[in-house]
Ligand binder design. Structure first.
Ligand code: ATP
Ligand code: MG
Length: 137
């Protein structure tokens, strides 16, 4: 059974959408097997998004991700990585399908409400990044 790392980003936390977003995951068959509220440091946000450090939006992305608390979760289910990304919708909220998390809760391309791992390797790395103590069975 597959696991993925999900982040409810600061803009969605600020608009009190945690419950609505977690409800969508559960309704789609994604079980929440770990969760934690945290306010990322610039060091943590930069390390998490290190793959984007040369991109023009990197500074804005780190500013945003450190602007307030986030909720990080591990979601588990059949095809969890793809299912989570489908529920989130396209990265650019202008292109996100109606009814997706980004269509409903994003404020801009950067402030797009949610993160989900994009492949099994990155999911494993991202879960270990936020839950180094491991995740209970
Ligand atoms: P995430 O990794 O957050 O799940 P993603 O995999 O859909 O999103 P990435 O290409 O990994 O998208 O980009 C990471 C994040 O950087 C995006 O979620 C968004 O917040 C921001 N971002 C990406 N591209 C742009 C852009 N062109 N302009 C502004 N912000 C961007
Ligand atoms: Mg990504």
């Amino acid at each position: 059974i597959e696991r993925t790392l999900s982040i409810i980003k600061p803009n969605a936390v600020a608009k009190d959408a945690i419950g609505a977003i977690l409800g969508r995951f559960e309704a789609a068959g994604l079980r929440i097997v770990a969760a934690r509220m945290m306010h990322l440091s610039r060091e943590q946000a930069s390390a998490f998004y290190a793959v984007h450090q040369e991109r023009p939006f990197f500074g804005e992305l780190v500013d945003f991700m450190t602007s307030g608390p986030v909720m990080v979760q591990v979601l588990e289910g059949e095809g969890a990585i793809a299912k989570n990304r489908e529920i989130m919708g396209a990265t650019n909220p202008a292109e996100a399908a109606p009814g997706t998390i980004r269509a409903d809760f994003a404020d801009s391309f950067t402030e797009n409400a949610a993160h989900g791992s994009d492949a099994p390797e990155t999911a494993a790395e991202e879960i270990a990044f936020f839950f180094p103590e491991g995740v209970c069975e």
